[in-house]
Design a protein around this ligand. Structure first.
Ligand SMILES: [Zn+2]
Length: 218
């Protein structure tokens, strides 16, 4: 799959879709019919050192918004209950969990990084026993194709009126002419940066506290 390797244009599109710069993207495992990325396959350890279990990160705004609407409708609780009631579905969901882990291993090797012991055996989205995040299931279903994650396939069907990989809604989903986000100002990233900085040049506790206070006020 030669088109799996992200181009600079792909990375810009991902950043526009998410509204923040993307990092550590190893592959584009799913694309819209127009070629735009739908999912970013991310290294299981970010270059900041943080373990990252969500290997298949759903990025297309139409898909993420549709998944969020289903989540708000209580679909995760409904699916989790079906996993309790239906042993066949539960077995298939556990098999999907194993697929997620083996796909992550493939991505890890492609990224050339060491095994990530912190998330060994841990996948994402509530796998293997529950459903906690429909975005993870949709990202997985799009990345590996139908027949691997039954609840991911089902979620895709249930959002089909709003989003389908076969029907391009990219033009109205994000502003492709906007400036590509270069600075990630989310609290999460500020915290990571501060930790990196602390590792490189240890500062006093008072300095760290002053910095934290300043960020809390923003
Ligand atoms: Zn498209």
């Amino acid at each position: 799959m030669t088109d799996a390797v992200p181009t600079p244009e792909d990375l810009d599109t991902l950043s526009l879709q998410l509204g923040r710069p993307v990092r550590d993207v190893v592959e584009i495992p799913a694309r819209c019919v127009c070629g735009s990325p739908l999912v970013a396959a991310t290294a299981p350890r970010l270059s900041s050192g943080i373990p990252f279990p969500t290997t298949f990160y759903l990025t297309h705004p139409a898909a993420t918004q549709a998944a969020s609407r289903l989540e708000a409708d209580g679909v995760m609780a409904e699916m989790s209950q079906r996993l309790v009631d239906d042993p066949d579905l539960a077995a298939a969901h556990r098999e999907a969990h194993r697929n997620y882990l083996s796909e992550r291993e493939r991505i890890r090797i492609a990224a050339g990084i060491e095994p990530v012991w912190e998330i060994e055996g841990v996948s994402a989205g509530g796998y293997p026993e529950r459903v906690k995040c429909l975005h993870v299931l949709v990202g997985h279903a799009l990345a590996v194709g139908p027949g691997i994650t039954p609840l991911g396939d089902e979620t895709l069907e249930r959002i089909a009126a709003d989003f389908s990989p076969q029907r391009c809604v990219c033009a109205e989903s994000w502003d492709s002419g906007a400036e590509v986000p270069a600075e990630d100002l989310s609290r999460h990233v500020r915290l990571l940066r501060r930790r990196e900085q602390e590792q490189n040049e240890p500062q006093t506790q008072a300095q760290t506290r002053a910095q934290t206070d300043e960020e809390e006020r923003r």
